[in-house]
Design a binder for this molecule. Sequence first.
Ligand SMILES: [Zn+2]
Length: 93
Amino acid sequence: MAKVPTSEQMEIQGVRVGVPRRAFLKSRRFCRFCRERVEFIDYKDLGLLAQWVTERGRIPPRRINGNCARHQKQLATAIKRARIMGILPFVVQ
Ligand SMILES: [Zn+2]
């Protein structure tokens, strides 16, 4: 009969048994713009905006890119402006 390891033994082996809540909170993504104290997102900054759109040209939702409401809104506005200016694509086929 195979010996089933106890949760204590599994933890020693580096297997996480029952993820503790704190570990999740610790690894939770924090708004990058808040961390870098960005006050205004420039729509002409293609290098920055390109990091925040998918390869298909979409703006990911807040829950994916982890931004706060204020910066996500600013970012979305900046991306939309950049699209109108022809710097960013509306859609990539
Ligand atoms: Zn923020």
